[in-house]
Design a protein around this ligand. Structure first.
Ligand SMILES: Nc1ncnc2c1ncn2[C@@H]1O[C@H](COP(=O)(O)OP(=O)(O)OP(=O)(O)O)[C@@H](O)[C@H]1O
Length: 818
């Protein structure tokens, strides 16, 4: 007994009332009466649980059904002494625990959980050489970048060497000079200035891992050529904004457009006077069309925009001059297609082609607009981190004489490119460390090889506390971490943001006058760090305020919390995006997939996919927000035991996250309280959960948000793609257990009564409809027009594919730009 300083519940079968032995380090001592009371409540509940279990054991049967079948536990499954899930993974701790007189601790969190399947460790993820780093062996000089530009890129952006994709793409986009044939190539006009060298122009497909510098891979050559054209112009219309737009960059989201402009801004101030006129700007909707029109009238030589709004201006804005357009870049091409922009893209391409046909271009060095330094025709550039079938089709239909450029190779066709993951290139170039590419089903994906991926199988009841533990551990290990937590829907984002901001507040007088007086930090032993809630709830408790860009967390001390989703006002979205990007200190961004694609949020150290991604590309883009440009990064994926098969889906695409156990995360959280034994860390976890639940009970806003998040995420869960519905199916969810993940003590009645739940008949009907749709789609001539996913953004043409927006339950990260 002396060495057993854990909570001890003696439950001899039929041996009368349970005896509770409280160890010295856990015994309520001193402090406020409320703390002692809370502690006593916990102990009481443990005794009660133990007694129930003891009764259950008398008629115990083996648990039925595998976890894969259902998250719902068997009605009378035996309850393990230290929690079903953990005990099954650690047979030694489990052994003897259920016998009469054995040591046992009960927490409702650790009982009646489904079995956690064992996941094989891949174990080869640490210490990999990075695949998207800057190349030491190369230089911008070596790939022909203009001297002045090189100098100012180094000075203004601190960028001195190219990444592998830049090393390969920049020379192709700059154009290799060849001799002869100038007059003919130049259309016979202006022979005076037609010189010996004419570029061979290729459209370009740029495919590289996330965070490998694709944006500069196309921006640098555009600026290089415009600056040279300016420098060599001898007469004609002077270089100025009034010449109109020379390059258009199409992006799927407004944030991405904004990011392109931010990246381009320092370039426009490079190379002295020759670049000053190359002003980057954007039209993305969200502001008055009239003010966009007036900016277009002034001229925007480098225009970043979203597709709907571009098409609108092309059709309706007379002062939008594209006579000299030389580049059309489709950034994140795969996402543009997924969002259903295919038709819009087609119209844009057709309109631009038509406008170019009507324009007779006479080339020569006299003026910028006609300069031979620029491509003779419009160059289309497609950028993507994935080479999926739909993107390949778009490439085949929209690119002329294309080059497929990756970090390791340059090819003439998409199929050649897809067939070579690394090496085996048409053209020699520096080969970075091979990234884990996968090519199943003709798709090709690449991830930074230094990224460490983990999967955590967590029963529904323990999801919330494990997330809290995960975040606390991360910041304890690396206090300056930046973390992004991906969630399924905007309501979950609002709830988590609010809960983690206020849920650990030291004291709060709530609406009904009760005091919320739990001190989470005592429970977690935060080395005496005082809880500093961002806003101590006032009389009516805290509220979710639009004007707060960030809140200081009271649950994960010293950490600033941000949130981002498509239902936020555009201004707030922009401010949040910028604030989180610039944050230098510990911060967490809760977001939907609105932040998954293309956003360059510097120094993000870890990604937590608390809700699984909608599909594989989403997985790829989410985790791609870390481990950028050669930096280290880690990504963890939370799965329910019933979702374990998703690991096979990932493995089929070459994505093999390592297993991380929930216990290790929870133990780690409790470690600095001195808790070592299962009874201790489980008690800590139970306390955290219980206190978050108390907060939700005590705050009207929190409980409203929790219920809304709970209902919305169940609805969103039902929208998983049909191919994965055998894994992600509402039928597998245990609504009562899931409520705990939202700090609710029970499932809100709307769902519990079955209103929010799909019936078997509903599921069967949906399956039949999906099958019919698939068959219909298969009968049609293959085309890149079909969106293959439910949009996170609900933009433009999405309605045409999926019906009215109101029906969608995933986050409507709206980018409506039209
Ligand atoms: N040669 C370089 N040297 C140093 N930093 C660079 C270099 N090229 C790009 N960067 C920086 O690397 C970061 C990632 O670049 P970028 O956003 O273009 O990557 P990406 O490949 O487009 O990623 P994603 O696929 O996620 O959109 C940016 O902050 C950018 O400024």
């Amino acid at each position: 007994m002396a060495d057993d300083d854990g909570l001890f519940l003696n439950l001899g079968a039929g041996a009368g009332p349970a005896r509770t032995v409280v160890p010295a380090n856990l015994r309520p001592k001193g402090g406020r009466w409320k703390d002692r009371m809370a502690e006593r409540q916990l102990l009481k509940s443990a005794v009660w649980q133990a007694q129930r279990k003891s009764k259950a054991q008398q008629g115990a049967r083996p648990a039925a059904g595998s976890a894969q079948k259902s998250e719902r536990p068997a009605a009378q499954a035996p309850v393990d002494a230290d929690g079903g899930a953990s005990a099954r993974q650690r047979p030694r701790e489990r052994s003897g625990a259920t016998g009469p007189g054995s040591k046992q601790v009960m927490s409702s969190l650790f009982t009646k959980n489904p079995e956690i399947p064992t996941v094989a460790r891949t174990g080869d993820q640490e210490n990999r050489v990075s695949s998207n780093a800057v190349l030491d062996t190369s230089s911008f000089e070596g790939i022909g970048l203009d001297d002045d530009m090189r100098a100012s890129v180094a000075e203004k952006m601190g960028i001195v060497k190219p990444t592998a994709i830049q090393q390969n793409a920049i020379p192709v986009l700059i154009g290799k000079p060849i001799l002869g044939g100038a007059a003919a190539a130049a259309g016979g006009g202006d022979a005076f200035d037609v010189e010996r060298e004419v570029s061979v122009e290729h459209d370009v497909f740029i495919q590289a891992a996330t965070g490998s510098g694709k944006t500069l891979a196309y921006l640098l050559p555009i600026f290089h050529r415009l600056i040279r054209a300016t420098a060599l112009a001898t007469s004609g219309a002077p270089a100025s904004r009034s010449l109109g737009t020379f390059a258009i960059v199409l992006t799927p989201t407004r944030e991405l457009a904004q990011q392109v402009v931010e990246t381009a801004l320092p370039l426009s101030h490079s190379a002295g006077r020759n670049s000053g006129w190359i002003v980057p700007g954007m039209v993305i909707g969200g502001e008055k069309k009239q003010s966009e029109k007036s900016r277009l009238r002034k001229g925007i030589p480098l225009l970043a925009c979203t597709p709907g709004r571009l098409l609108d201006h092309l059709e309706n804005t007379k002062s939008f001059v594209v006579d000299h357009l030389r580049w059309l870049v489709l950034d994140e091409a795969d996402r543009l297609l997924e969002l259903g922009f295919a038709e819009t893209l087609e119209k844009i391409l057709a309109l631009l082609d038509e406008k170019a046909r009507n324009k007779v271009r006479v080339l020569g060095h006299r003026s910028v607009a006609t300069s031979l330094e620029l491509p003779r025709r419009r160059i289309n550039v497609l950028c993507s981190a994935t080479l999926r079938d739909n993107v390949k089709r778009l490439a085949n239909e929209s690119l002329h004489s294309p080059k497929f450029v990756s970090a390791t190779s340059i090819h003439d066709s998409a199929d050649q490119a897809a067939s070579t993951a690394t090496g085996d290139s048409d053209t020699e170039m520096a080969a970075p460390a091979p990234a884990p590419d996968a090519g199943a089903g003709g798709d090709r994906y690449s991830l930074p090889s230094q990224l460490v991926q983990r999967a955590l199988i967590v029963p529904a009841k323990l999801r919330l506390v494990t997330l809290v533990a995960q975040l606390r551990n991360t910041f304890r290990r690396q206090p300056a971490s930046k973390v992004i937590v991906f969630l399924l829907c905007k309501d979950s984002v609002d709830f988590m943001y609010f809960l983690l901001a206020h849920g650990g507040a030291e004291a709060a007088a709530t609406a009904d006058g009760k005091a919320y007086a739990d001190d989470l930090f005592d429970a977690l032993g935060d080395d005496g760090a005082p809880a500093k809630p961002s806003a101590l709830p006032g009389k009516s408790g805290p509220t979710l305020r639009e004007e707060d860009i960030s809140l200081e967390s009271s649950v994960v001390p010293g950490v600033d919390l941000y949130r981002l989703h498509g239902s936020m006002a555009q201004k707030r979205r922009t401010e949040t995006f910028l604030a989180f990007s610039r944050a230098q200190s510990a911060s967490v961004l809760f977001t939907t997939d609105v932040a998954a694609r293309g956003l360059d949020l510097p120094n993000v150290t870890s990604i937590v996919q608390f809700d699984p991604p909608a599909d594989i590309p989403s997985y790829l883009h989410r985790v791609g927000r870390t481990a950028r440009l050669g930096r280290a990064g880690e990504a963890s994926l939370f799965l329910l035991p019933s979702e374990t098969k998703y690991l096979d889906v990932l493995a089929a695409k070459g994505l093999r996250p390592d297993d991380e156990t929930m216990e290790s995360v929870l133990k780690q959280m409790a470690k600095n309280t001195g808790a070592r034994k299962a009874v201790e860390w489980q008690l800590r976890a139970g306390e955290v959960q219980s206190r978050l639940e108390q907060f939700v009970l005590s705050s009207a806003t929190a409980s409203g948000l929790a219920k809304q998040a709970y209902l919305s995420s169940i609805r969103a869960y039902a929208t998983h793609v049909s191919a994965e519905r055998h894994i992600f199916h509402v039928r597998f969810l245990h609504f009562g257990h899931l409520a705990k993940a939202f700090a609710l003590r029970e499932a809100p009645t709307q769902v519990a009564s079955g209103k929010g739940n799909n019936t078997k008949a509903d599921d069967a009907r949906k399956d039949r409809k999906d099958r019919r749709d698939q068959e219909q789609a298969a009968r049609k001539k293959p085309t890149f027009k079909r969106a293959n996913d439910i949009s996170e953004f609900a933009v433009g043409d999405v309605g045409a594919y999926f019906g009215p927006r109101a029906k969608r339950t995933r986050d409507a990260g709206s980018d409506s730009d039209a």
